[in-house]
Design a protein around this ligand. Structure first.
Ligand SMILES: [Zn+2]
Length: 230
């Protein structure tokens, strides 16, 4: 019990405590320095990372630029090829009589491409899956088929455009329809080829909520309008 007296701090104790405070202060400073150093390192890393991202982004943008340029060149080249093919077709189709006959000599094979002068036509008729009859010249490859209205819309410059962007040219449509009617009646002794025959329909809901089938021959024609019997 009398030991309690000994708890009163001595000089020596105070000096120990003073030392401890100095030590604590020193360690606190050290810790602060350490934290500051770490924060600096983190910021440096962040900057490096950001620089890397910028570099990466620039590289990707450059890649995309190259890909876009290449795609544009491809489209232009493709456009030139199509235009060239189209011009060649128009030339061949215009000079061909689409008829049988004519003389072929070893020196001159051109009649095979330009047609002869017989009454019979050098054509093949093919009945499409929807019943439409397409006619193809076996000499020049021209194909006549029922025209589709949506292909006869033109803008003010006369360019063939989508229906929403232009006006329907009835005269041009009728002309092609007439050419088709004439071609479908070209006399030929070649037999017609056919496909499996189907009727194209579309299911709709009528006003009473009943499912009904409506004729969709036009939809079928529109979908294959850009094909031919080449
Ligand atoms: Zn022809």
């Amino acid at each position: 019990m009398s030991d309690t007296k000994n708890v009163v701090p001595t000089e020596a104790d105070e000096s120990v405590d003073n030392l401890s405070i100095a030590e604590i202060e020193r360690q606190t400073k050290l810790l602060q320095l350490k934290l500051a150093k770490q924060a600096l390192e983190a910021q440096t890393l962040e900057l490096e990372e950001r620089a890397y991202h910028i570099k990466d982004l620039k590289a990707r943008l450059a890649d995309r630029d190259i890909v876009e340029k290449q795609a544009k060149e491809d489209r232009e080249q493709q456009g030139r090829t199509f235009a060239q093919q189209d011009a060649t077709d128009q030339f061949n189709w215009a000079r061909c009589t689409h008829r049988k006959g004519g003389n072929v000599s070893p020196q001159n094979w051109s009649v095979l491409r330009t047609g002869g002068n017989a009454v019979q036509y050098a054509i093949m008729k093919h009945q499409m899956i929807n019943g439409d009859i397409w006619v193809r010249c076996l000499r020049c490859g021209k194909t006549w088929k029922p025209p589709v209205e949506k292909d006869f819309f033109f803008d003010l410059k006369g360019k063939n455009v989508a229906p929403a962007d232009g006006k329907f040219d009835k005269v041009r449509f009728e002309k092609v329809a007439e050419e088709y009617r004439a071609a479908s009646m070209f006399p030929t002794n070649n037999s017609m080829s056919t496909s499996v025959q189907c009727r194209f329909g579309r299911a709709i809901l009528d006003s009473e909520g009943q499912v009904r089938f409506i004729d969709a021959a036009d939809t079928y024609r529109e979908n294959i309008a850009s094909s031919n019997l080449r």
